[in-house]
Write a protein of this length. Structure first.
Length: 287
């Protein structure tokens, strides 16, 4: 009798696992040209496609093009909307449900400049001393969050930065740097490399450490603060707890980054999953 009860309970748990759950359909906002990058399809560091792969059909996303600024306004207008790779903050947690674990982990943001212009910037560059840098020489995407530290630098010294709005603003800034319209941008070095490879472009660039920005960045999934948004984020959390997902997640990060960056990320990659086993919510590209 006991044995039969155990079997029945096991079958019930299996049925309600992500593998057998009823598919949930969501909309993922993307600030990019859909013909250029489809977040739901496999690509370098395509962690959203990895999430869908391990959902075993229990999760579906349709991509919708929305700018950085509009994304947060539109998030709760559509009950099943989500955003990808977002910094977590107390203010943002009031607007949406965040995944317990980060969907991606990145080395710190860097100042990216052409090799021929590297001499224009101190190494490391101190953005609290704008008098050492030409005005409007550093390109940043309008309404993108670069984390608390860099956001504060941008607010304190607005004349130092050239702000680019619109769709694909981060990618457009790379092209502007290439032709000299800005002398540098703030970006993840591997994102620049991936953009150049994706568009068959070549560019010799340098990465410069930003003083005060040394910590690894975590980007999260965030869904609308609605009943459907809660269902989506709960399912995302369940998929990310799977050992198979976690193993491939680490492998994809290791393949994407350089040896130096892998050494920096490795403790963080291992730590988030160790913490997830003993704590329901760990401490908090993201943008």
């Amino acid at each position: 009798m006991l044995r039969n009860s155990v079997v029945i309970i096991g079958l019930i748990l299996l049925w309600f696992s992500p593998v057998h759950a009823t598919p949930l359909k969501g909309i993922v906002f993307a600030d990019t040209d859909q013909e250029d990058v489809n977040l739901t399809q496999e690509q370098p560091m395509g962690m959203l496609s990895l999430l869908l792969k391990h959902s075993a059909g229990s999760l579906e996303f349709e991509q919708q093009q929305v700018s950085f600024k509009r994304g947060w306004f539109e998030l709760n207008r559509l009950g099943n909307a989500c955003m990808y790779n977002k910094f977590k903050s107390p203010e943002r947690e009031k607007l949406g449900y965040f995944s317990k674990l980060p969907i991606s982990i990145y080395p710190p943001l860097r100042l990216i400049t052409l090799k021929k212009n590297a001499h224009l910037f101190p190494h490391p560059v101190d953005l609290t001393k704008p008098d050492t840098i030409a005005k409007h020489s550093i390109g940043v995407a309008l309404n993108r969050s670069y984390g608390d530290t860099i956001n504060a630098y941008i607010e304190q010294s607005p004349d130092l930065f050239f702000k680019r709005g619109g769709m694909d603003s981060s990618e457009t800034l790379i092209d502007m740097m290439a032709v000299g319209r800005v002398k540098a941008i703030i970006e993840y070095s591997e994102e620049v490399s991936a953009y150049l490879e994706r568009n068959n472009k070549q560019l010799e660039f340098d990465t410069v450490m930003i003083r005060g920005v040394e910590k690894v960045d975590r980007g999260y999934m965030v869904c609308a603060k609605t009943p459907m948004g809660k269902q989506l984020i709960d399912r995302i959390d369940a998929i990310m707890q799977q050992k198979a997902f976690q193993q491939e997640y680490i492998e994809m990060h290791n393949e994407f980054f350089t040896q130096e960056e892998r050494l920096l990320l490795q403790p963080e990659l291992l730590g988030i999953f160790e913490n997830s086993e003993s704590h329901s919510t760990p401490h908090s590209k993201s943008d």
